[in-house]
Design a protein around this ligand. Structure first.
Ligand code: FES
Length: 232
């Protein structure tokens, strides 16, 4: 990866030559220059995983290829198109496939609407998960718990706790539910049978944050009011 005099690399984004720090991902470079590329499985603070492919862009000249920009590096001379006809076609299809898996997801519906999608060409499957892995990374990298992970392959791939049982590693913080773009389909309430489903509603909040009537805290001790939790 050749660098210019100031330690930056030069690439071309949508026909404009720009500089980027060689440590950036392609998505970071694109966003640095104010170009909006949709992302779903990418969240700042979590390791990029490249699962949803919504951040797809076209790279190269002549024989180009589509890559997930959130996991792709930048290099000198890289030619990138973020909104070519090929990119928009692929991105739209990916969005429709995601929406077909979880048609009830408000997050996906909003993203699709923003992309001008009003119709989905694929049959709805009503899965409760798009396998974006956000909950797994959140649990491990931000909450330090590692209570859930991927198991299985192909159509049997899913996210669950070890041995599909409620895990002692789970702090019941609700962070997995918070970050999940389709969790409204997973939150089945107190009667949920699956260990992930309704995880946050199966336990009593330890306190109610004084600043707001409906801010329930599931952390122990309570991190919102920073005082001894009061049982409710
Ligand atoms: S945001 Fe890049 S693959 Fe999901």
């Amino acid at each position: 990866m050749a660098e210019n005099g100031n330690g930056m690399v030069t690439l071309t984004i949508n026909g404009v030559d720009v500089s980027a720090d060689p440590s950036w991902s392609l998505l970071e470079a694109i966003r640095f220059y104010g170009i909006d590329v949709p992302t779903l499985c990418y969240v700042e603070g979590l390791t990029p995983y490249g699962a949803c492919r919504l951040c797809v862009v076209e790279i190269g000249s002549g024989r180009t290829k589509l890559v997930a920009s959130c996991t792709h590096p930048v290099w000198d001379g890289l030619i990138v198109k973020t909104h070519s006809r090929r990119v928009m076609h692929a991105r739209k299809m990916i969005m429709e496939l995601l929406l077909a898996r979880c048609p009830g997801s408000k997050v996906l519906q909003d993203m699709a609407a923003k992309m001008g999608i009003s119709e989905v060409r694929f049959s709805p499957r009503h899965d409760d998960c798009i396998l974006c892995g956000l909950c797994v990374r959140m649990c491990e990298e931000q909450m330090g718990a590692k209570a859930i992970g991927f198991v299985g392959r192909g159509v049997d791939r899913k996210i669950t706790t070890p041995f599909d049982m409620r895990s002692d590693l789970c702090k019941a913080c609700g962070a997995c539910m918070y970050i999940c773009p389709s969790c409204q389909l997973r939150c089945l309430g107190p009667e949920a049978k699956d260990p992930l489903c309704g995880g946050c509603t199966n336990i009593e909040p330890v306190c109610i944050w004084e600043g707001s009537d409906d801010a329930l805290c599931y952390m122990h001790p309570c991190v919102a009011c920073v005082k001894e939790p009061e049982k409710v």
